[in-house]
Design a protein around this ligand. Structure first.
Ligand code: KG4
Ligand code: ZN
Length: 348
């Protein structure tokens, strides 16, 4: 029997168990991360961040990210196994981020996972990074029930998803241009606050006041889409036009922008929850670390909000294991596919 046939059989058997040991690998951007999860139990979580390396460039440099993933991945995976107190032989399946992300960076994790799976004679499963940001909550929040809504806001994506089941993710609204995180990052860069921008803007906003009126994009729309590019341009224009003014204040710009982003996210979520008649919301992705935005969402009446713990908001591999867990629990027929770019494809 070929490797692929043997692995497809193994995957089918794993789908009948709820104590599967998953090794997960994440390398889509500037974090090399690995984790071991057994069923819903998180046994290890190792992250090697390259933030310090990219900070001097004001953003992630793809080639530098790939090279550092290559240098880090072995140590990170070995530590995740060691921290879990399990042995490499206990691993049932390897889950890894297959998309979206920087191609060269992804390739490091994909190649490592495939080679390791092949050498251990175990299957691998490819995971969508964005679903991972949502899936971590399914792993950690027993009160969360299908269907629920998820607001995912990261550096590359801002979207509202209706999650009907373990692998039934229906996107009902998304950004038509930039992501919320990009708006934070670009503004912070122009203000000279550094990278990543979200935490820097949040810190500056603490001592600022909301006294600048930035525009609300897509005002009065009926759907749940977002747009941040006009807001970003408006903030950048404000900075250029006012930086010599005596009242110019980085803290006030940060505070006004943060409040505007909070208002945009809150308004869309309020309408989506009402229209969809859903009262549970997951707030996921790097921007979910922002306390002011968390507070704004709490003001929406009659919804219960779930946030990942701070360490699971930004990129990590526990979320990738969680997504692998959801795929295995989905009862859909999973097939190993060894073509580059798409590795374990679902038959729908
Ligand atoms: O999910 P993530 O770690 O990586 C992507 O998949 O993009 O999200 C990174 C994004 C960056 O844009 C970063 O500025 C933003 O999340 N972020 C924040 C905060 N912490 C991270 N944005 C606002 N407030 C924060 N505290
Ligand atoms: Zn992410």
């Amino acid at each position: 029997m070929s490797y692929v046939d043997r692995m497809n059989k193994k995957i089918k058997l794993l789908q009948q168990r709820d104590d599967v040991v998953i090794l997960a690998i994440e390398s889509s951007c500037d974090e090399t991360a690995a984790s071991i999860v057994k069923g819903k139990e998180i046994l290890s979580n190792v992250i090697s961040s390259q933030v310090d390396i990219h900070e001097i460039f004001g953003g992630v440099v793809p080639e530098i990210a790939s090279r550092n993933h290559t240098a880090n991945i072995r140590g990170v995976v070995d530590k995740a196994i060691k921290d879990s107190s399990l042995s490499v032989k206990d691993i049932d399946i390897i889950a890894f981020t297959n998309s979206p992300g920087l191609l060269g960076a992804l390739l490091v994790g994909v190649s490592y996972a495939k080679a390791m799976a092949y050498s251990l004679d175990i299957p691998f499963i490819n995971v969508d990074h964005i679903k991972g940001h949502i899936a971590i909550n399914i792993l950690t929040e027993p009160e969360l029930k299908f269907p629920f809504l998820a607001l995912t806001a990261s550096g590359g994506h801002t979207m509202i998803t209706r999650v009907n089941d373990y692998d039934d993710f229906q996107v009902i609204g998304k950004s038509i241009d930039d992501a919320a995180g990009e708006c934070f990052d670009k503004t912070a860069r122009v203000l000279g606050l550094g990278y990543p921008g979200g935490p820097k803007i949040e810190k500056a906003a603490q001592t600022g006041i909301d006294n600048i009126s930035f525009p609300t994009p897509l005002k009065n729309q009926k759907g749940y889409d977002f747009s941040f590019s006009g807001l970003k341009t408006s903030v950048l224009n404000y900075i250029n036009n006012n930086k010599k003014d005596k009242d110019y204040s980085i803290e006030n710009i940060a505070c006004s922008l943060q409040n505007k982003i909070a208002e945009i996210l809150k308004d869309n979520i309020k309408r989506a929850c009402n229209d969809q008649k859903i009262n549970q919301l997951v707030f996921a992705g790097g921007v979910a670390a922002n306390k002011r935005i968390r507070e704004a969402l709490k003001q929406v009446k009659n919804i219960e909000i779930f946030y990942p713990k701070m360490e699971y908001c930004t990129d990590n591999a526990v979320m990738i294991a969680a997504s692998g867990y959801c795929l295995l629990r989905s009862k859909k027929e999973l097939k190993l596919d060894i073509t580059i770019g798409a590795c374990a494809r679902q038959k729908t």
